[in-house]
Design a protein around this ligand. Structure first.
Ligand code: ZN
Length: 239
């Protein structure tokens, strides 16, 4: 006999982590996705791990869809190796890494990423800093015309690690974009920008909110779907 599911606090299934809710007298299994994209699993007291895992597999497409609705960035753990030939994406294009001990820090030069052996030793952090720095300058210019179009004046943008979110907002004029977003094609980054600009007006995903998105970007649905597909292939520096 297998151990009941409630002996665990959480359960990992591939790239998804579920928090196990305390047992109730229910007889069915249920998954809910809360406001912050946290996955919660409710199960009967006697539910076995096998039954729960089968249930999760059957619900997986639904879970991804829900996470996409909550702006969640769900990427499988991809581990990068900081050696010659490793690939890194920037603005939708893929570049190979070349170790070059003449280079200080990280450089994108003539279609290749360059870094020294010493930098490669702390490659994750160095590369993340590169995305933040390069992305900051690029996004600042990119946000402006969209902000103008959506009637949001004086918007500033910061690139940072936002955990499981593509973007977030602060106050009336500030948006944050996850550095990992910079790996996407510009047309998809534009969707993330517009998505956040619309949140400056309307916090929740109401009909009014989506109308605001559509006003700025009439083909947003196509891009949102593409983002869901592209999103699972990007590197988030999480293990
Ligand atoms: Zn949103």
């Amino acid at each position: 006999m297998s151990a009941g599911i409630h002996s665990l606090d959480s359960l990992t299934a591939g790239d998804l982590v579920f928090t196990i809710a305390p047992p109730t007298d229910r007889t069915t299994l249920e998954i809910t996705v809360d406001r912050d994209a946290l996955l919660i699993l409710r199960a009967p007291t006697c539910a076995s791990r096998e039954r729960v895992e089968r249930f999760i597999e059957s619900k997986r497409p639904w879970v991804y869809r829900k996470l996409a609705e909550k702006d969640a960035l769900v990427a499988p753990p991809i581990r990068k190796q900081f050696v010659d030939g490793e690939g890194f994406a920037y603005l939708g294009r893929n570049y190979r890494l070349k170790i070059d001990d003449m280079v200080d820090g990280v450089r994108l030069d003539r279609g290749r990423f360059l870094m020294s052996t010493a930098t490669a030793a702390e490659g994750d952090a160095a590369m993340r800093r590169w995305y933040v720095r390069s992305g900051q300058a690029w996004l600042q210019r990119r946000v402006e015309p969209w902000a103008k179009r959506m009637g949001a004046a004086g918007v500033d943008v910061a690139v940072r690690d936002l955990g499981y979110r593509w973007g977030s907002t602060k106050g009336d004029t500030h948006i944050n974009i996850h550095w990992a977003t910079l790996q996407l094609a510009p047309s998809l980054i534009d969707y993330v920008i517009v998505h956040e600009l619309a949140h400056l007006r309307e916090l929740n995903h109401t009909d009014r909110y989506w109308a605001e998105v559509a006003r700025g970007m009439p083909d947003y649905e196509r891009r949102r779907n593409e983002l869901t597909t592209a999103g699972v292939k990007i590197w988030t520096c999480r293990d």
